[in-house]
Design a protein around this ligand. Sequence first.
Ligand code: AMP
Ligand code: MG
Length: 520
Amino acid sequence: MQGIEFDNAFLRALPGDAETGPRLRQVHGAAWSRVDPSPVSAPRLLAHSPEMAHALGFSEADVASEEFAQVFGGNALLAGMEPFAANYGGHQFGHWAGQLGDGRAITLGELVNAAGERWELQLKGAGRTPYSRMADGRAVLRSSIREFVCSEAMHHLGVPTTRALSLVKTGEMVERDMFYDGNPRDEPGAVVCRVAPSFIRFGTFELPYSRGETDLLRTLADFCIRRDFPHLQGEGETLYADWFGEICERTAGLVAHWMRVGFVHGVLNTDNMSILGLTIDYGPYGWLEDFNPDWTPNTTDAQGRRYRFGWQPRVAQWNLSRLAQALSPLFGDAAPLQAGLDRYAEVFNATESRMQACKLGFSQWQEGEDDDLLTALRTLMVDGEVDMTLFFRSLASVDAQAPSLQGLEHAFYDPAKLEATRAAFDDWLERYAARVREDALAPERRREMMDTANPLYVPRNWLLQQAIDQAEQGDPTGVHELMDIFREPYREQPGRERFAARRPEWARSRAGCSMLSCSS
Ligand code: AMP
Ligand code: MG
């Protein structure tokens, strides 16, 4: 593999753990621990992202080589790679959890491509680290496919996200108790190589804060600003304030995108919040099918549903306030941190309005009037059991001169609910059409705008599950097909109607298709 260069800044600039290897331990005063991936018996490349490979500088011949599968399965290193696991803490489900760290993620190095872009390469499922606690450091094929496909799909949807380079089957089995009911089974193991400019999390700062390690906290903050926010100038508290403000803004934009496309992260703990405002740690995530703000796919959260779709904006703000607290030793008083949190709310509201205006086909959001229209629609969509993706996509076809529910009926799950809400939907469509007629936007322009805000293809859990079932039987072509479809989620792809369909009845209650546990 020619011309692949690494510059391992995180390792070089930050204090590390004196001990090497995976022995479980509390690691104080250090941001990382050196640990190698554990080799696997028969690594085989099942899929890769050509876009990501290209961005990193891997040729198709590189990707097809035996060495590629060896490296990205965890059996070999390229020159310049220096594997480590990062140390961080986090609040899980509202409670401080102490040291967590990369329990099954191992960074290989920071690749700097020909354009000078920095991409950290990280294997997920590559074996034990000092942070694995009671677990095995491995990942199963089903959860690896879910992370691999969805991170690339999110990228093509225009949602900030960590990326994925490769999906390697390890040739080894991993034991998981998927339902947490005392019936573990062996499942095929896999390793995903995920990629991001930075894997620093909110929890990266929370851990030294919790331990009173202010020197480490400051070193981490200075490093993160220098490497991940190089456009920020200035110094001292002003610089920290600008930095925190930008983190808040990025997080606001991220969550507005999730609300736009109907994505539910499922585990928004602070260790799963990227400092760059990327979607990170794809676990029991899901996509709204019938629109329901109270829905979460995560069975582990079924009681309180803390991470339900509609709560994501406020959960992100709560997470930002945990970060603010962690950064407080860098500030003389709390005002700049409070300003950042206020900025989050402002930017979220402004971005959400802008995006919802695009979804509905309005040139501008008219506060008050449009808010009422949207609130009314959301209530109706719940009552009518309406598929979010299909409804919004088809809304562009509504004729503002003669609005009708006809072109939207395929988005309804239950004919009885369609009939029960028909009159209310007709009224709403009249209001909506009147609003569209008032708008200065030309009809073709309106459709164009709506079609870039309302995807037709999203990684619905049951679609993924079908590809997973097939891959577990040894056939990865379903994964390849999904990757191909999600490359252009806003373009209608003739012959692929079944991928833009309502969740079928069989999928309503099947594990993996609507509800998921954290077991992965
Ligand atoms: P998650 O909810 O996936 O973000 O994981 C929370 C924490 O548990 C992180 O510190 C992970 O590294 C760790 N973890 C999750 N699964 C495993 C596993 N199979 N082996 C080791 N650590 C794990
Ligand atoms: Mg995590």
